[in-house]
Design a protein around this ligand. Structure first.
Ligand code: SAM
Length: 281
């Protein structure tokens, strides 16, 4: 069954009385080149186990099932298991977990893969893009995470220091993974078509972070640095660390790191943030 063919998809949805839920971020793929690009971009092969977030009716799931050892999909919409059993239920390497990707116990689910290579793939529901990526990373279950996100989010994920897209989430991603763009996807590849274009990004999760420091303290610093984007780093930090350090002490620290006292948070790389952390009280 070609689930990206509109002439297959529409009657299938109609037969099940299915209507799209905007609240659940339901934009289903209707261009068959996209599931192929995601599965290939994720490097899914017969030795790979996959967790898919939000299978919908199974357009991407089907492509993953053809290539992978096992695919376990996590779907929140209680109307979809009946459709999925019709579309992909015949594959013996498929299992479905009914639940919320932000609440399920991923290490417990992935334990069934017996330590084999495990990756995550998804055409993510846009309303939970950032928390879903964070949950996948923090689970420490995946070698890589290949997800379709809004183009603007992809730009933030892959941004370089000194650009307007660079922010706290960029630093967070860079701490945990190496990000790359797999492909761009036009809004016309979905039904219903969303208001924005998308990009598939791949995150190759690092075994160890590129900087050796206390993670909690590092991200407290990063959060403070980006809290008020129009302000200089000194102003942001002198507010966040007001009980600990004066403005002039902060300026001296920046100078000792070859940074101007007028530098802004978006100009510092992850390595510079880690260096800065070592100088703070
Ligand atoms: N994978 C399908 C495709 O590409 O055609 C559907 C993708 S659609 C953008 C997002 C899917 O995620 C929907 O099936 C939706 O019901 C599901 N979903 C929404 N919120 C979810 C959550 N918190 N946990 C798991 N699945 C969720």
């Amino acid at each position: 069954m070609n689930l990206c063919d509109i002439n297959t998809l529409k009657p299938l949805l109609k037969r099940h009385g299915f209507t799209f839920s905007k609240g659940l971020g339901q934009n289903f793929l209707c261009d068959e080149s996209v599931p192929v690009a995601i599965a290939e971009g994720a490097g899914v092969d017969e030795d790979t186990c996959v967790i898919e977030v939000g299978p919908g009716v199974g357009a991407l799931t089907q492509e993953l099932l053809k290539r992978a050892d096992r695919v376990t999909a996590v779907e929140l919409d209680k109307r979809l298991p009946a459709l999925l059993s019709e579309t992909v239920g015949g594959y013996n390497n498929f299992s479905l977990v009914e639940g919320d990707i932000l609440k399920v116990n991923l290490p417990e689910i992935c334990a069934a893969f017996d330590g084999r290579k495990t990756v995550a793939c998804a055409n993510l529901p846009y309303y939970i893009t950032t928390p879903a990526i964070t949950a996948l990373i923090e689970s420490r279950c995946f070698e890589s995470i290949t997800v379709m996100v809004q183009r603007e989010v992809a730009r933030r994920i892959c941004a370089k220091p000194g650009t307007s897209d660079y922010g706290a989430f960029t630093v967070y991603i860079n701490y945990h993974a190496e990000a790359s763009v797999v492909c761009e996807v036009d809004r016309g590849c979905f039904i219903p078509a969303p208001n924005v274009d998308s990009t598939v990004v791949r995150l190759d999760v690092r075994k160890t972070p590129p900087v050796d420091c206390d993670k909690k303290a590092l991200f407290k610093l990063v959060k403070a640095a980006f809290a008020q984007r129009r302000k200089t780093l000194v102003n942001c930090l002198s507010f966040a660390y007001k009980d600990k350090i004066s403005k002039s002490e902060l300026e001296d620290i920046l100078l000792s790191l070859d940074l101007s006292k007028n530098v802004r948070g978006e100009e510092l790389s992850l390595v510079k943030y880690a260096e800065l952390l070592t100088k703070l009280p």
